[in-house]
Ligand binder design. Structure first.
Ligand SMILES: O=c1ccn([C@@H]2O[C@H](COP(=O)(O)OP(=O)(O)O[C@H]3O[C@H](CO)[C@@H](O)[C@H](O)[C@H]3O)[C@@H](O)[C@H]2O)c(=O)[nH]1
Length: 492
């Protein structure tokens, strides 16, 4: 049937956000049974490397969407001149860059042929909430991270003074922070976007702003589920985050990962990493990967190589090189130069180092993979849980330290690994060796055994959440019903 209205989504250009939001948008359209279409307004990314990543995503998604059953359209917004970077904090730059798109977003929405049922903006595109407000269209925020980070952000304005003082204190590492619904969070696990290098981050005030603006949304669409984060979701719903004001309804529709039987879109012919995994015994390989932006410096690569070698375990290591021009885009690594002399020769019988983007979803779905050393980007964590793979958290930036705490100390699906924040999240070789052994040694380590069991439980819980009648399935349908009935025609 032809769609009667469209959902407009405005994703942020970062891959971990962009792909997650497209997948969520498609899921909404699918759940509407054809009553809604999806219109994706694509901002040109501010750097050439990110712009080409976004182009690749749009090309791939446009071809698969047109070949499929879903009504999905991509509209490119006119390019804007990025604001000067200078000494401006990253979040301020992003905010100003997004804000410059507001007139183009308004014009694009006004020019649509179908009535607009809702506008959904990424967390980092929050200035565009005002456009939807101006057009009197329901406005939702898509939150690609955890409910725990959402609870903390909602709480930031209320705890500003207390937190600001403590985060400014270089010796504050011993304290804890109260995130509603979580056990006390040690300061060492505070997100790096709030606290880094032993002091308050220059981005702090922007996250506080986002926390405040979240309250202006009609609803918050969250890539998580009640099964994964019952405590924090209850705390948000009970109004424990913002004193005296209920938060907007949180629609926990996750995990939003791809749901083909293999858990990804298998490449033909299979990728080198997958072909190598095909030759390894079940559950024997530890996989190391650090998301779309993560990379390790030279000293850390040497230390990680030593830890992996001493662990004696099989490994698949995605090793990216330091960014060249764009600080958020790692390059393909020159393995000869990056790895310690002789490492590859000594470990070639049991290890593969891959220097470029790898098919992570396919890798995590592979039966040979038994553990995942991850930077704890939330998509990576969800993909791991979807396949029941236990983790060793190695957080690097953004909110990843908080995710690491939740995975290890709340969900119990990860073994703790000591990451030295004061040394740029450095992990010593013996610590990596210990964590890999704990994760992979069969039954030898109690923490590892529990993490494997819990990860298997979470695999079942994730699948149950999105299956018919599951909490995320129900939340998605409720959201879509609400959107279908609340749509209004765009302004003439
Ligand atoms: O070689 C690679 C590297 C990554 N991926 C995929 O890229 C995505 C990475 O997403 P994520 O794990 O969330 O990491 P980031 O790209 O770092 O994501 C950003 O966005 C996330 C969602 O808000 C946050 O949780 C992170 O901290 C933030 O860095 C995942 O789907 C991976 O499967 C690959 O397929 N191959």
């Amino acid at each position: 049937m032809a769609a009667a209205a469209t959902i407009v989504i405005v994703p942020c250009w970062a891959s971990g956000h962009f792909m997650s939001m497209i997948a969520a948008g498609k899921r909404m359209v699918d759940a509407s049974g054809g009553a809604l279409s999806l219109t994706v307004l694509v901002m040109q990314a501010p750097t050439p490397a990110k712009a080409s990543e976004v182009d690749a995503h749009v090309r791939r998604e446009s071809s698969s969407a047109s070949g499929g059953l879903l009504d999905v359209r991509f509209l490119s917004l006119p390019a804007v001149e990025p604001p000067p970077t200078g000494s401006v904090a990253l979040e301020e730059f992003n905010f100003r860059y997004v804000q410059l798109h507001a007139p183009h977003v308004e014009e694009a929405i006004a020019g649509l042929a179908l009535p607009v049922a809702a506008v959904v903006v990424d967390l980092f595109c929050m200035p565009l909430l005002d456009v939807a407000g101006h057009l009197a269209v329901p406005r939702h925020v898509y939150f690609a991270s955890t409910g725990a980070f959402l609870a903390l952000m909602l709480r930031l304005p209320a705890i500003r003074d207390d937190l600001a003082v403590r985060l400014r204190d270089a010796d504050a590492e011993e304290g804890t922070v109260h995130v509603p619904g979580l056990p006390p969070v040690p300061l060492a696990y505070m997100p790096a976007c709030l606290w880094s290098g032993g002091k308050m981050s220059s981005n702090y005030e922007w996250f506080e702003y986002y926390g405040r603006r979240l309250m202006d949304a009609t609803g918050i669409i969250l890539n998580s589920s009640v099964q994964l984060e019952r405590g924090v979701l209850a705390a948000i719903a009970d109004g424990r985050c913002v004193p005296g004001r209920p938060a907007p309804t949180v629609h926990a529709i996750g995990p939003v990962v791809w749901f083909s039987p293999a858990g990804g879109e298998p490449q033909q012919p299979p990728h080198v990493c997958v072909r190598w995994l095909d030759t390894q015994p079940p559950g024997s390989v530890v996989f190391l990967c650090f998301g779309s932006n993560g990379f390790l410096d030279e000293a850390q690569v040497g230390e990680a190589a030593a830890g992996l070698e001493r662990s004696g375990h099989r490994f698949l290591w995605v090793l990216r090189g330091a960014p060249a021009a764009d600080p958020a885009s790692p390059t393909d690594a020159d393995l000869g130069a990056a790895l310690p002399a002789g490492f590859q020769a000594r470990t070639q019988a049991r290890g593969l180092v891959w220097p470029a983007w790898a098919p992570q979803k396919e890798i995590l779905a592979h039966p040979a993979v038994g553990g995942f050393v991850t930077h704890c980007g939330w998509n990576s964590a969800l993909e791991s849980l979807w396949h029941g793979v236990p983790m060793a958290p190695w957080p690097l930036y953004a909110e990843q330290h908080l995710n690491a705490f939740e995975l290890a100390s709340v969900m119990g699906v990860a073994v703790v690994m000591k990451v030295d924040r004061r040394r740029g999240n450095f992990v010593e070789a013996p610590e990596l060796e210990r964590a890999v052994r704990a994760l992979m040694d069969d039954g030898a380590d109690e923490e590892g055994r529990k993490a494997r069991e819990k990860a298997a439980d979470m695999k079942a819980a994730c699948r149950k959440a999105v299956a018919e009648g599951g909490s995320s399935y129900v939340a998605l349908r409720k959201l879509v019903r609400g959107i279908s009935h609340g749509g209004v025609a765009p302004s003439p």
